[in-house]
Design a protein around this ligand. Structure first.
Ligand code: A2P
Length: 333
């Protein structure tokens, strides 16, 4: 890789792609050029980066000549068909889709948790984990380091931004239609999302869990290097524009209490405590929207299991759950 890289964003017009461009700009990421790629529909569209107007280009298999790092966020199908050709052109692919996450030769990286994994990427592809997994692990990793994580029971409250730009539009359109007593369509979600919650994120699998729920299990094990970690998860879509919330019961190897759990977060990058419920202090999705840090609150000793805590995690799904994490991986490179 040349010292100052040429960078591309694949899916530059999407919710995550746009945030990737913002993160590169805000973090003063050192780059020689930025190439914005999307479908033929968006070719010619103008976007600004560091005060300069850039023109979106159509993604083709020749798009990666001279590119050193490509941040992919255009869905698994695009990653599967263009990721390997980008890597073959000499580029390092940082992929936000689930296409390569469980490939043993593809590192799955949260830079605050397992940065060393990014060094060993024989396929020149590094995967960005699932958004809920990143946010949950940002809250759990400090506790794991202190007490040894054994099992997790979690319920997620996932924003529509997790379904990309179309999910945000669908919520907006349904809210407007309902307020004015107009009919509306359901294109992204199987049920009405406005003023409702839907206990399905991604497709159901044979054991009754959804693919999204199993990502928390499989990706959590891979990132933490805990082959036998037990995870049971229920993923729920809620009518929130951005930022996922997660209610977690975590059981540990060692005894835990609230004070030592709080102490575990001191000096940890990317996660902050917001935990003073008696004074109404706990995180909500709007507290993290557009922000880098994940927030933890409602830390309690669980009343059912030994060595267990209950906690409430919130993080911006588009940012730390996707775009920021990908840009942080690029920074590691
Ligand atoms: P486009 O806007 O041209 O459709 P989101 O997840 O927010 O919906 O964004 C998906 C991103 O993936 C968009 O930038 C979208 O571009 C891009 N994309 C979708 N299909 C293709 C494709 N066939 N080739 C390249 N980019 C694609």
């Amino acid at each position: 890789m040349s010292e100052v890289p040429n960078v591309a964003i694949v899916g530059a017009t999407g919710a995550v792609g746009e945030e990737m461009r913002l993160c590169l700009e805000e973090r003063n990421f050192p780059l020689k050029s930025l190439t914005l790629l999307a479908s033929a529909r968006s070719a010619g569209k103008k976007m600004t980066f560091r005060g300069e107007e850039l023109t979106v280009k159509e993604l083709t298999h020749d798009s990666f000549e001279g590119i050193d790092i490509a941040l992919f966020s255009a869905g698994g199908g695009i990653s599967l068909s263009y990721g390997p050709s980008a890597a073959a052109a000499g580029c390092v692919v940082i992929d936000n889709s689930s296409a390569f996450r469980m490939d043993p030769e593809v590192p799955l990286v949260v830079p605050e948790i397992n940065p060393e994994a990014a060094r060993n990427a024989p396929k020149k592809i590094i995967a960005n984990p699932n958004c809920s997994t990143i946010i949950a692990l940002m809250g759990l990793a400090p506790l794991h380091d202190a007490f040894g994580l054994r099992s997790i029971i979690a319920s997620t409250y996932q924003a529509v931004s997790g379904s990309g730009a179309q999910g945000i539009i669908e919520l907006e359109e349904q809210v407007k239609a309902i307020a004015t007593d107009q009919p509306f369509e359901m294109k992204v979600y199987p049920r009405q999302i406005a003023f409702n919650v839907i206990p399905q994120v991604d497709a159901f699998t044979d054991n009754g869990y959804t693919k999204e729920e199993l990502k928390m299990l499989n990706e959590g094990r891979k990132i933490l290097g805990l082959e036998h970690l037990k995870v049971s998860c229920t993923c729920v879509r809620v009518p929130v524009y951005r930022s996922h919330s997660i209610s977690i019961t975590a059981q540990f190897e060692k005894p835990v209490d609230v004070a030592s759990a709080h102490a575990a977060y001191a000096d940890r990058a990317g996660v902050k405590l917001m935990d003073d419920p008696a004074n109404g202090v706990f995180p909500v999705p709007l507290d993290t929207t557009g922000k880098d840090d994940c927030l933890v609150g409602r830390v309690r000793k669980n009343l059912v299991f030994n060595n267990a805590l209950d906690l409430w995690m919130v993080g911006d799904q588009v940012r730390k759950g996707a775009a920021l994490n990908a840009v942080q991986i690029a920074e590691l490179l």
